[in-house]
Design a protein around this ligand. Structure first.
Ligand code: E4P
Length: 271
């Protein structure tokens, strides 16, 4: 499984590349805002073009997702093309993130604008990462439209299930992949038992029909979810910096290191 970093922070991205554990980057408007807020003080403006170029250069050979902010099909296509033309020449590694459905509410008429934009950009050989996927059928339509990646949002499914059930939780809390059993039966969102179950269903459908589209497990909030995304066959997991850091930690590893360090005899250390 490939690992991407889910961050727009150049320091985090650079560190993760130095560790040698990442294969790409995903950004979104919220992550860009976080990175900008961290850097901009006293009303200073960030050179956004130069900042994005830095991320692309340090990612040479690895894909970087840049998300559109428009919502109409025409707007997303025009903005997607513009972003691609502006940034792809830097390191040939840009893909454009398009929401599977940009409608803000059920009564809007634009439910298929994301799919139309994916189709159009894919026809122009612009790789698309289809984002905000919450059902396997959304993933199927995005794959049919030609998305290079589909991003099921695992953690946000778990948030929804817990919220609907009135459970209190922290975003980083583990939620069982096999679902949470209650007296009323397993919690589910229209047959999806957990965020990892959503990833599994997307993987199963796209594999079954031989799509080239890769399943990019997103919104992962803890190391156990990363393991479970790998176990269900996600092609990629995109992870916040803190989750990558957490993947190496175990109390028995620390304990073992302490005892090995205490047992070093000078004769061995001098070899
Ligand atoms: C990545 O592409 C997504 O935007 C991201 O993983 C969302 O994560 P969150 O649900 O923790 O905000």
């Amino acid at each position: 499984m490939k690992i991407f970093i889910d961050s727009a922070d150049v320091d985090e991205i650079q560190q993760a590349y130095k560790w040698g554990v990442i294969d790409g980057v995903t950004t979104n408007p919220s992550l860009i805002k976080k990175a900008v807020d961290r850097r901009v003080g006293d009303g200073k403006k960030l050179d956004m073009k130069g900042y994005v170029a830095q991320i692309l250069e340090m990612s040479k050979g690895n894909p970087v997702s840049l998300e559109v902010t428009e919502r109409s099909a025409e707007g997303m296509i025009a903005q997607g093309k513009k972003l691609f033309e502006m940034f792809n020449p830097i390191a040939q590694n840009v893909n454009i993130k398009i929401p599977v459905n940009p409608a803000l509410a059920d009564d809007e008429a634009s439910h298929f604008d994301g799919i139309k934009a994916i189709r159009s950009l894919a026809e122009d050989n612009i790789p698309v990462n289809c984002t905000l996927v919450f059902t396997p059928e959304q993933a199927l339509l995005a794959a049919k439209a030609g998305a290079a990646f589909v991003s099921p949002f695992a953690g946000r499914v778990d948030d929804l299930l817990r919220k609907n059930a009135g459970m209190s939780f922290e975003k980083s809390d583990y939620y069982p992949a096999e679902g949470h059993d209650t007296e009323g039966g397993l919690l589910h969102d229209d047959g999806v038992l957990s965020g990892i179950d959503l990833v599994r269903q997307c993987v199963d459908i796209l594999d079954y029909y031989g799509f080239e589209t890769e399943v990019l497990a997103a919104s992962l909030r803890n190391p156990r979810q990363v393991r479970e995304a790998a176990l269900v066959g996600a092609d990629i997991a995109t992870l916040p910096f803190t989750v990558i850091q957490g993947m190496l930690k175990h109390v028995k590893t620390f304990e073992g290191m302490n005892s090995f360090m205490n047992d070093i005899v000078p004769e061995y250390a001098e070899l």
